[in-house]
Ligand binder design. Structure first.
Ligand SMILES: NC(=O)c1ccc[n+]([C@@H]2O[C@H](COP(=O)([O-])OP(=O)(O)OC[C@H]3O[C@@H](n4cnc5c(N)ncnc54)[C@H](O)[C@@H]3O)[C@@H](O)[C@H]2O)c1
Length: 358
């Protein structure tokens, strides 16, 4: 049965996705997992040739159990319209209300902060609301080009979406050893959205007494991530704040080359979600062999977890740990290895792990 839709995308997307597919083949062999793959052509070339027609997120959900996405972004497409159409279509049409962005330091030397003394000090999950805020497209420009020009981007927050993101975050926090959840908002400057987030958070907190809760304004959270990352366990926040904080947090564990994400609807037990690196198509690296494939492989690993394949998920995680402790690393992590060499090393580590556990 065909089960996974793979969209390699633009720039370095196809290069990193090739490594994910190598890993998928090894995982299939080692764990006897039969998840057939369809590679779909939705990228900038497709958009430039065919226009917007032809992409149907609902059809993707009907046909596949999950989507693996490389990255979308191409200077030839004005405003990256194809990326908005495809990524926005998947997130909004399929109501993928949760965006999960885990950040875990696996080797101390990849953390740029001198005052971090142990890997365990950087181990957090950002739960980002994934369908609203300024990404809804409410707003516009009037008196364009004139001194009186007005530009408006409206942050939209609905109780339904906020409540779902918050409750998903409580579930995630409850399953983590520290059981700690921080609400990040800017309620001191946002008198409409702030109270809505706070109300939903308080209401859910009453149902999860085992989760320790606290609150930070987003500016303080940005500072605390650098000053004392160990204070964070699970974070829940709105779409825009989550977008920014997760890129900042990713740097604490080695940067965008090791930052994965999962977008999903916790209530959907059929379609498991869209799994993609946090990074974009990195046109500056495309074709150089210098792209780090680990963020996409980590996103694949999140997919295994969401598909409730714990042994395969654990094996891929162990393999990534092993690779990150070694020296075969791409230039973003201080090494000289090429994209394909890192992917091969992850595959070897998975196969070695299987031999050692026999
Ligand atoms: N979800 C997505 O598909 C997504 C996300 C972000 C940006 N984009 C798009 O990607 C294009 C490029 O955007 P950008 O340059 O702002 O962000 P980017 O994430 O592509 O690159 C930012 C920096 O990180 C480096 N980098 C990114 N991925 C890396 C990897 N795997 N290994 C090593 N280094 C890596 C790049 O070389 C660059 O210096 C734009 O068109 C943007 O709209 C797409």
């Amino acid at each position: 049965m065909t089960s996974l839709a793979v969209l390699p995308g633009d720039g370095i997307g196809p290069e990193v996705m090739a490594e994910v597919l190598k890993v998928h083949t090894v995982v299939g062999d080692v764990f006897g997992i039969d998840l057939a793959v369809d590679v779909l052509p939705y990228d900038a070339d497709w958009y430039l040739t065919r226009g917007a027609a032809g992409f149907d997120a609902q059809e993707v959900r009907r046909r596949y159990r999950a989507v693996l996405l490389g990255a979308l972004g191409d200077p030839r497409v004005p405003d990256n319209r194809h990326a908005k159409l495809i990524i926005g279509g998947l997130r909004q049409d399929l109501d993928l209300c949760v965006n999960l962005r885990p950040v875990r330091l696996r080797t101390l030397r990849h953390c740029p902060l001198r005052h971090v003394g142990a890997e365990s000090e950087v181990d957090l999950v950002i739960v980002r609301e994934n369908t609203e805020d300024v990404y809804v497209g409410v707003g516009g420009t009037v008196r364009s080009g004139q001194p009186e020009q007005v530009a408006m981007e409206v942050g939209v927050h609905t109780r339904r979406a906020v409540d779902r993101a918050v409750r998903a975050a409580f579930e995630i926090a409850r399953a983590r050893p520290r059981r700690r959840l921080t609400l990040v908002d800017k309620s001191n400057a946002m008198p409409a959205a702030g109270p809505l987030w706070q109300q939903c958070f308080r209401a859910a907190a009453a149902e999860y007494p085992e989760v320790h809760t606290d609150h930070l304004y987003v500016d303080a959270a940005a500072m605390e991530l650098i000053r004392n990352p160990a204070r964070f366990d699970t974070v829940v926040t709105s779409n825009l704040f989550g977008d920014i904080l997760s890129d900042e947090a990713a740097q604490l564990a080695g940067g965008l080359g090791v930052a994965p994400s999962a977008s999903y609807d916790p209530a959907d037990t059929g379609f498991r979600g869209v799994f993609e690196s946090v990074h974009g198509s990195a046109p500056d690296l495309a074709g150089t062999g210098r792209a780090n494939p680990l963020a996409s492989i980590m996103s694949y690993s999140l997919m295994l977890d969401r598909m409730e394949l714990p042994a395969a998920h654990a094996a891929v995680e162990r393999a990534i740990d092993e690779v990150l402790r070694g020296d075969l690393l791409t230039p973003d992590l201080g090494g000289t290895a090429r994209t394909g060499e890192v992917g091969d090393e992850v595959c070897r580590a998975i196969a070695r792990g299987k031999e050692e556990r026999r």
